[in-house]
Design a protein around this ligand. Structure first.
Ligand code: CAA
Length: 257
């Protein structure tokens, strides 16, 4: 399998998805992306799962789309294959996605990490959009998400030169949530996933939708959307539980209802 799905015993509400083409540095071929799409769809529908961590291995999160698979394709082949429909479906995952990145996160690998909601990186992680060196340009959101994350000047430099961005710099520019030593990056991502999984899944879903809306609309529309989701959160049993637990000075127990 190009993908390994683990439901770790000590993290009952977290699913771990590992990209598994180590010899190819987890190059994202069509088969792997289709498996990822289907796995995320299944996890999104699983009530037990409240957060999802996507990782690679120490050497590579993913070194991009599979160049060998793409090399002989024509524009019309690419158009008909329409691989980005798969990416669109991954983007629509409603549960929180955390990328646990070590080593190379290049091209589609960087774009996949940015498609996730948060990124935990090891000190050895490097991010980049090197497509320009192949005579192409990013196609899975790189020019848009990188620019929104780190600003025009740095994004332009990375996209036009293919220059890598090391983990600590990526953290400084706000691309990455946290950088930790290489032996801790997966633990840290799982810890963050556990923390989110302890919250109300209803509130988490409404909040994720609202934060994402900030990138898709103007402020007035975004505030309107946020307000509707805020009111909707009061329809949940979790809202009653959360506020009652606060008043009774005890930890809340959220059911996702
Ligand atoms: N596609 C296919 N195979 C890849 C690959 C990729 N993106 N990246 C690495 N590999 C393969 C290599 O061909 C090599 O295979 P062989 O052993 O069979 O030769 C193996 O993985 C190991 O790679 P290297 O020997 O090159 O390892 P390295 O440590 O010397 O270099 C690297 C690592 C800098 C990441 C280098 O492999 C590299 O530059 N990879 C390509 C990165 C890239 O250009 N990504 C963008 C792809 S296009 C894209 O992603 C478009 C999009 O927006 C969707």
């Amino acid at each position: 399998m190009d993908l390994i799905l683990v439901r770790p015993h000590f993290h009952p509400h977290v699913a771990l998805v590992q990209l598994n083409r180590p010899k190819e540095l987890n190059a994202l071929n069509l088969q792997l992306m289709a498996q990822l799409r289907e796995t995320l769809k299944q996890l999104d529908a699983d009530e037990e799962v409240r957060a999802i961590v996507i990782t690679g291995n120490e050497r590579a999160f993913a070194a991009g789309a599979d160049i060998k698979e793409m090399a002989g394709k024509s524009a019309i082949d690419m158009f008909l294959i329409d691989q980005f429909a798969t990416w669109d479906q991954i983007r629509k995952t409603r549960k929180p996605l955390i990328a646990a990145v070590s080593g190379f996160a290049l091209g589609g690998g960087c774009e996949l990490a940015m498609t996730c909601d948060m990124i935990i990186a090891s000190e050895t992680a490097v991010f980049g959009q090197p497509e320009i060196k192949l005579g192409i340009m990013p196609g899975a959101g790189g020019t848009q998400r990188l620019t929104r994350a780190i600003g025009k000047a740095k994004a332009m430099e990375m996209v036009l030169t293919g220059k890598h961005l090391p983990a600590l710099e990526a953290e400084r520019y706000g691309l990455v949530n946290k950088v930790v030593p290489v032996d801790l990056y997966l633990d840290e991502a799982m810890r963050l996933a556990d923390e989110i999984a302890a919250m109300s899944p209803v509130a988490v879903r409404l909040a994720k939708e609202s934060v994402n809306r900030a990138f898709e609309t103007d402020l007035d529309e975004g505030l309107h959307f946020e307000r509707k989701n805020f009111y909707l959160s009061f329809a949940s049993e979790d809202q009653q539980e959360g506020m009652q637990a606060f008043i009774e000075k005890r930890p809340p127990h959220f059911q996702g209802k």
